[in-house]
Design a protein around this ligand. Structure first.
Ligand SMILES: [Zn+2]
Length: 417
């Protein structure tokens, strides 16, 4: 009569059904492909074949006993990602200065070896691969599809404004020359602070101004002077807090000339080069300044920060903070009945109340949730729902069995993990 604990396993007996997930991979400009990856579906839970997923992303993988290793080559070095059957921890192994370095990431659920393949819930798989290769990979549950964005330069995603100043940003306006006429007016100032520098754009209307740029000196001051231009002084006076550029100020010099002074933060950054261009397509004046910041180092730090945040979230998620106590039976269902008429439902309710009190006393930080606190009947499936709703980390179902055999004694303990 004791089925309480098996509730924790949804459809434990039912076989998961074979399924397929569409994978769309963008590797670079006009380089993309789509294919499908084998998966298993068990109600809402979709598990992807990790080996097939790795292969679809063009990574080599090896499986040995209960261990699956995915391998990645980069700059002549090899990176590894190790999964173990029924182990919640995935290991990233990267080549370091002094031997290899390791990082361990906790997953919500462990991979499982089913037949010849190792399966992992697709949400975990996507997160782990995304972290490992530092690229954006997302799973769309509704479309049953995965998007992998594997550009050689990490994309600027919503959660990170980090970008890189690239040669294309620095050589603008080549080719097309449009003609602009009328008095020059400087309309808008746009500043892009990037991981390895800054791009300052001044949008203008009217004919191109005669302008001269004086590169930053040791103290970080640079000047862009227009011989003849109108300007909104307030739009062109700004200060910045963190990056390479500290302050931009516009100053009328008389006779229609305007000077923009640019204060760079040379105290914190070393400027490698600066460049001034006029973009003939958009009629804008652009100054780009490149620092000697090691961009890969910036990305590495950003990635570590993300990993730390993920770990912290995992820790929160797995924090042992809620225990669900389930008194078996109840209401119309008395459970086992003793020789003197004692009913199981009453005994277990008393035990659960006592146990709950003890837990509260010993571990005041742990929340105790009861599936029932009085003599009511609660269907089995609702007990599981209560536990899940409260995000219970441990579910204790209490029953008191009776047996016809008078020599039977002791306790039955079932543990499902
Ligand atoms: Zn029972």
């Amino acid at each position: 009569m004791c089925a309480g604990l098996s509730l924790l396993f949804r459809n434990a007996a039912a076989e998961p059904a074979a399924a397929k997930l569409e994978l769309h991979v963008v590797k670079g400009f006009q380089q993309e492909y789509s294919l499908s990856v084998p998966a298993l579906r068990d109600n809402d839970l979709v598990m992807i074949d990790i080996g097939a997923f790795a292969r679809a992303l063009r990574f080599v993988h090896k499986r040995q006993a209960g261990h699956l290793t995915v391998e990645r080559d980069q700059d002549g070095k090899r990176w590894f990602c190790h999964f173990r059957d029924r182990n919640n921890f995935v290991r990233f192994e990267s080549p370091g200065e002094n031997g290899s370095a390791e990082r361990v990431i906790q997953m919500a659920s462990p991979p499982r070896l089913i037949g010849e393949s190792m399966y992992l819930p697709v949400t975990d798989a996507v997160r782990i691969f995304s972290l490992w290769i530092d690229r954006q990979i997302t799973y769309d549950r509704r479309k049953a599809s995965i998007e992998a964005f594997l550009w050689s330069a990490p994309p600027v995603s919503d959660d990170s404004r980090l970008g890189i100043l690239s040669p294309e940003d620095r050589s603008i306006g080549a080719g097309i020359v449009k003609s602009f006429s009328g008095p020059t007016r400087l309309n808008a100032l746009e500043v892009d602070e990037l991981a390895n520098g800054v791009i300052i754009r001044i949008r203008a209307t009217g004919s191109p101004a005669v302008a001269s740029f004086i590169k930053p000196d040791k103290s970080g001051m640079a000047y862009l002077t227009f011989q003849q231009a109108a300007v909104d002084l307030s739009e062109f006076s700004r200060t910045f807090t963190m990056g390479l550029i500290r302050e931009i100020k516009a100053l009328p010099l008389g006779n229609g000339a305007v000077q923009l002074s640019l204060a760079f933060n040379t105290g914190m950054f070393t400027i490698k080069s600066t460049r001034y261009d006029w973009d003939s397509r958009s009629n804008s004046y652009t100054i780009s300044a490149l620092t000697n910041v090691d961009v890969s180092e910036v990305y590495r730090q950003e990635k570590e920060k993300r990993i730390r945040q993920e770990l912290l979230q995992d820790q929160q998620k797995w924090k042992f903070d809620t225990i669900v106590l389930d008194a078996g039976h109840g209401g119309k269902d008395p459970g086992a009945i003793g020789p003197a008429g004692t009913q199981e439902k009453t005994v277990v309710l008393n035990i659960v109340r006592e146990l709950g009190g003890l837990i509260q006393k010993e571990w005041p930080d742990v929340k105790v949730v009861y599936t029932r606190s009085d003599d009511t009947f609660i269907p089995l499936k609702d007990r599981g729902k209560i536990a899940n709703r409260h995000d219970g980390k441990l579910f204790v179902s209490v029953h008191c069995n009776a047996a016809k055999n008078r020599s039977a004694k002791g306790a039955e303990v079932y543990i499902l993990g």
